[in-house]
Design a protein around this ligand. Structure first.
Ligand SMILES: C[S@@+](CC[C@H](N)C(=O)[O-])C[C@H]1O[C@@H](n2cnc3c(N)ncnc32)[C@H](O)[C@@H]1O
Length: 242
């Protein structure tokens, strides 16, 4: 099985060689980063349709983490602002994403969701939240981001830094399927092509393990089989308290 997986991965790498060359020449990323927000905006409409109940149940717990001055949420890897519809009335939202091309989509989502106050959009990686003070956030949100981040441990460490004591990190993330399943095999075989067309996304990450070794005082994690494309149907949903 390991040999078959290796051979198939090599074949997929060969098929995707033209894109690898464009990537090496520095052409692929800038083009794809312009196109991705359009694609993501449409995909997230369908995701919200199918995952609305899961998102509602999770984000309904956000008000439990409000402080005396209200609820300030930092959304890391905000994309087009697909989660705004599920945020509580009157919350302040600060958004961070490394892709500046999401700005128009984000502002449009902010305008449609008058119950949230979109305060700032910062262009940065979640691994470097140095523009934000330590202990300044009541909640941090990531959905479908930890699969893409360059260094998930560093990102979670920054999340813990900017959260106030007692604040919480809310997440919905797809994860690798169980070892020895066909899905696990397929996730590994298509990874070389998926990374280019999924904006650097890894299907093969065990994000649950990363969160379990981070320093949360409490971690609530539920594994679900989401009504989405097979390769991203295994997801973890929950929150960790600082
Ligand atoms: C699949 S999209 C999800 C967008 C949004 N969270 C949603 O659920 O619709 C992944 C997002 O993570 C962002 N991203 C990629 N690498 C990141 C990083 N290192 N730190 C923060 N965000 C990142 C991408 O630019 C993109 O907006």
């Amino acid at each position: 099985m390991a040999l078959l997986r290796f051979v198939l991965c090599c074949l997929v790498e060969i098929l995707v060689l033209p894109v690898t060359l464009l990537q090496l020449l520095g052409v692929w990323d800038p083009l794809y980063k312009k196109f991705f927000p359009y694609m993501m905006r449409n995909i997230s409409i369908s995701i919200n349709d199918k995952m609305g109940k899961v998102k509602k149940e999770l984000f309904d717990q956000l008000p439990d983490f409000a402080s005396s001055s209200g609820l300030t949420i930092l959304e890391v890897g905000c994309g087009s602002g697909a989660n705004f519809a599920f945020y509580p009335w009157g919350c302040k939202v600060i958004c961070i994403d490394p892709n500046p091309n999401f700005k128009t989509f984000l502002e449009s989502s902010g305008a449609k969701n008058e119950h949230v106050r979109l305060e700032r959009f910062l262009v940065a990686n979640g691994e470097d939240l140095s523009q934000l003070a330590s202990g300044s956030m009541d909640a941090v949100v990531c959905t479908l981001v930890l699969c893409t981040a360059g260094n998930v441990d560093a990102l979670v460490k920054e999340v813990l830094r900017v959260l106030r004591p007692g604040g919480a990190f809310f997440f919905i993330e797809h994860v690798v399927a169980d070892d020895k399943t066909w899905l696990h095999f397929i996730q590994h075989v298509i990874q070389p092509v998926w990374r280019y067309f999924g904006d650097g996304c890894y299907l093969t990450r065990d994000t649950r393990a990363t969160l379990e070794r981070a320093n949360f005082s409490k971690l609530h994690v539920k594994h679900i089989v989401a009504p989405l494309t097979n390769v991203i149907k295994h997801q973890i949903v929950g929150y960790g308290v600082k």
